[in-house]
Ligand binder design. Structure first.
Ligand code: GDP
Ligand code: MG
Length: 171
């Protein structure tokens, strides 16, 4: 079965671990220490093809070293995660994205933009409109998620697999 390595990239506290655990185990891990085990695997079927997804959930607080670490693991798809309740985490995505394109020397890197914590409606500070604008600049899909409720999580992982396959198939 084909294995696809993915990485979840974003500021500390946006929910990288919670999203990964929600996807892999379908539970909400409110306090999860990813220093224990930073790689998670799950078998899935997308468009009638089966894959094993190997998801890197960086334990590091430093997003740049997390990106570099992801390259070492031959990561084929990047899930850029910010929190809808944290503007700084949103603003940081552009910088991380620019860094990724520069490092890869390509603008055909498979990416999904994810706005997490959609369940915290009252604490929301980033609108869908501005997130969609950013996604169109990044030429990728934008999906809102909640690790807590599970909303959007399956969808995001399915779409990153499609994105990986379609980018690679054009070469
Ligand atoms: P990481 O540093 O990016 O790995 O973030 P964590 O997964 O450790 O999550 C940081 C905090 O945000 C934890 O207290 C989580 O319980 C909380 N959190 C993560 N995702 C969600 C979500 O979708 N909704 C809510 N309400 N809290 C979340
Ligand atoms: Mg974590």
């Amino acid at each position: 079965m084909e294995e696809i390595k993915l990485a979840v990239i974003g500021k500390g506290g946006v929910g990288k671990s919670a999203i990964t655990i929600r996807y892999v185990q379908d539970v909400y891990a409110e306090y999860y220490d990813s220093t224990i085990d930073d790689s998670k695997r799950k078998q899935t079927t997308v468009d009638e093809n089966s894959y094993v997804l190997d998801i890197f959930d960086p334990p590091a607080q430093d997003e740049y070293s997390s990106l570099r670490e992801a390259y070492r693991y031959d990561t084929r798809g990047f899930l850029f995660l910010f929190s809808l309740t944290d503007r700084l985490s949103f603003e940081q995505i552009s910088v991380l994205h620019a860094q990724l394109l520069k490092d890869k020397d390509s603008d055909e890197v498979p990416i999904i933009l994810m706005g997490n914590k959609s369940d915290l409606i009252d604490k929301r500070v980033v609108t869908s409109m501005e997130a969609n604008e950013l996604a169109s600049k990044m030429k990728c899909m934008y999906i809102e998620t909640s690790a807590r409720s599970g909303d959007g999580v399956e969808h995001a992982f399915e779409e990153i697999v499609r994105c990986v396959k379609s980018v690679e198939d054009t070469f």
